[in-house]
Design a protein around this ligand. Structure first.
Ligand SMILES: O=C(O)[C@H](O)[C@@H](O)[C@H](O)[C@H](O)COP(=O)(O)O
Length: 236
């Protein structure tokens, strides 16, 4: 298992570099495995990377219908709510990425009467034994990844739980769904995408292996890649 940290000069370079790397890696995965399993994250830098990917897509060999999309976490709001991670990512990708709807797996939304707990069970069943080829993860200033927050009960999920319900999240909105640490750690490759000086301390602590920081507890089985800008890398 290798860990690499790639530092880009600024957020624009990070976005262009990460989007290009993703496009290339997904295309290679498709040429060997047929379908690439990609787990998306929420957050500002990730959405910028999806925009970069959408821009670089035309003319690339990537076949959108052979990308299977999953989400690492979701805000528990109705489908049409602008806070939804899946809503924003899909709105960005849809104009250029021709997707196969049966391969797009947004987490459930707070529509109707389904409880967050039932939704967790439903997503775990949908996920089954899927292994992500690439799992993208943004990192918060406190070192959270997906919706796994430091010192929060959800971090230590019951053994075997694939997906968890998060209540009282320190980052709004308070209710969320998240993949568990165990599920994230089944990924072949984990790519952290991080921008900004407010993340520098969390990036440093994760690199130092400080296990209070959730990001330090996630590793790809084959590779872990940190794609960051100089501000986020300033304490390394
Ligand atoms: O739903 C969410 O809010 C995210 O999945 C969360 O884990 C995010 O990735 C980080 O907070 C980084 O977000 P930024 O890039 O916006 O700082």
């Amino acid at each position: 298992m290798s860990t690499r940290t790639i530092v880009h000069s600024d957020p624009d370079a990070l976005v262009t570099g990460a989007a290009g790397r993703l496009l290339e890696r997904l295309s290679v995965l498709q040429s060997t495995d047929g379908v690439a399993q990609l787990c998306l994250t929420g957050g500002r830098i990730a959405n910028r990377i999806y925009r970069g990917l959408a821009e670089q897509l035309p003319g690339s060999p990537l076949d959108g219908t052979r990308v299977e999309l999953w989400w690492g976490d979701e805000r528990w709001v109705p489908t049409e709510h602008p806070d939804r991670n899946a809503g924003e990512a899909l709105a960005i990708l849809a104009p250029t990425l021709a997707m196969d709807p049966s391969r797009v797996h947004p987490m459930p939304a707070a529509d109707g009467n389904v409880s967050i707990e039932d939704s967790v069970d439903g997503y775990a069943a949908e996920l089954g034994e899927t292994t992500f080829d690439i799992c993208l993860l943004g990192v918060g200033p406190d070192g959270h990844v997906a919706s796994l927050f430091p010192g929060h009960p959800g971090l230590e999920s019951p053994t075997g739980a694939k997906v968890i319900a998060v209540h009282d999240s320190p980052k709004p909105p308070p209710e969320r769904l998240s993949l568990s640490l165990a599920t994230l750690n089944r990924s072949r490759e984990v790519w952290f995408v991080v921008s900004g000086a407010d993340k520098a301390e969390a990036v440093r602590r994760a690199h130092d292996g400080d296990l209070e920081v959730p990001a330090a507890r996630v590793r790809g089985r084959e590779a872990t890649v940190w794609l960051i800008d100089e501000d986020a890398a300033s304490l390394l």
